[in-house]
Design a protein around this ligand. Structure first.
Ligand code: OVV
Length: 380
């Protein structure tokens, strides 16, 4: 199932607009229309009871809830407004030049090897090169970022092996992550410091600031890594699309969004009904969990023409890979900038990109991820 969720997703869509998963006592949505509608309806479908399988009304969350992800209006709104500004177009314009130059340096060194693992050497290496510095955390301990995120995304799912295995080390990982959120630890020019400055202005409280920084470290690394991995895999398996990008490099952003639609690095999120309500005429009682299959919605043939095809000529906007509505990914512009910097650098140097061996999946309860992606390139 985690190896290839596509057959299940198709079954789910075909079974009906709302499907009861009795093993977990949840409702599941696989069609675009219902996933989109529930994502936008925060009044009837809350996030504060957790966006994983665990229902915070009855179970204690494994960490203090996120002030963004696991909150609803009105509490959600001040932290959200602060992050929107910190990660907004003005801030990103300042990073553009340095990140594009950095991507060129990395790509130069990596493609010189001709054969390499695109996961460790590009998809992980580039975000880890630019993002932690930009948040402003110290160098030491950064190896904890990916394992922390991996466990966090496993923890949205059932208490299976993947969760239990991560549980052993999460105390230490969390302690490290939490320690990076303190004002004294953060560089004065980074996103982290900008969040603390928002507390000085009274936009959020001093108690909220470290948790907002934690959201950057939680949601900002693994997601981008697997998003970039998705677009690299897509190009390695679609040579004609790579030629298309090389002929029109401004398509880098569209390519990234199309890959986010096609692979849906974040596969699933839950909501919880705040009242007796319905989805597509099916009653959903207050307190029930609704599981939205973003990946299934992003390949719903009712919404997408040739949904399974990775195609730079389509308009992927409206995909739910970044969510939709008021929780829609606040870091998506950062992710697009990282991806387009890397793709632009590759497009300049690489004429052809192909798999050099079998790609290997990394299993996670929420993420559609890669363990390794052996790549061979022919240089320009
Ligand atoms: C979207 C997302 C995923 C994981 C964690 C968070 C957000 C957070 O706010 O901590």
């Amino acid at each position: 199932m985690l190896e290839d969720p596509l057959p299940f997703q198709g079954q789910l869509r075909e079974t009906g607009p709302v499907v009861r998963l009795s093993a977990h006592d949840v409702y599941a949505l696989g069609r675009y229309e219902q996933v989109h509608a529930v994502l936008r309806n925060w009044q009837s479908f809350q996030s504060a009871a957790g966006v994983g399988l665990s229902n915070f009304r009855y179970e204690k969350p494994w960490r203090p809830p996120s002030l963004l992800l696991e909150a609803d209006p009105p509490h959600h709104d001040a932290p959200r407004a602060v992050l929107e500004k910190v990660l907004g177009p003005r801030a990103l314009r300042k990073l553009h030049g340095a990140w594009f130059a950095d991507a060129e340096n990395l790509v130069e060194a990596v493609v010189a090897q001709r054969e390499f693992d695109a996961i460790t050497q590009l998809a992980q290496a580039f975000p880890l090169r630019v993002f932690p510095d930009t948040v402003g955390i110290p160098k030491s301990g950064r190896e904890n970022l990916l394992p922390y995120g991996d466990h966090l995304f496993n923890a949205f799912g059932p208490r299976n092996d993947l969760f239990t295995r991560g549980d052993a080390s999460i105390g230490e990982l969390s302690a490290w992550v939490n320690a990076q959120c303190a004002r004294e630890v953060l560089d004065e020019n980074g996103f982290g410091a900008a969040i603390w400055a928002a507390a000085d202005r009274g936009d959020i409280t001093y108690e909220q600031a470290p948790l907002v920084v934690r959201s950057l470290l939680s949601a900002g690394v693994d997601t981008t890594v697997h998003g970039i991995a998705a677009v690299l895999y897509a190009f390695a398996t679609h040579p004609e699309q790579w030629s298309r990008l090389r002929a029109a490099p401004h398509l880098a952003r569209v390519a990234f969004d199309e890959a986010v639609r096609w692979e849906s690095p974040v596969q699933t999120f839950f909501r919880t009904a705040t009242r007796d309500t319905e989805v597509a005429g099916v009653p959903v009682r207050e307190g029930e969990k609704v599981l939205m299959f973003l990946g299934a919605a992003n390949r719903d043939p009712r919404r997408w023409h040739d949904a399974d095809v990775f195609d730079l000529d389509r308009d992927p906007s409206g995909h739910v890979g970044f969510g939709m509505g008021l929780h829609q990914c606040v870091g998506q512009h950062v992710a697009r900038l990282e991806a387009s910097a890397l793709l632009s650098a590759l497009a300049k140097r690489v004429e052809r990109i192909e798999l050099a061996g079998p790609a290997k999946r990394h299993h996670n309860n929420t993420l559609r991820a890669w363990e390794s992606l052996p790549i061979r390139v022919r240089l320009v």
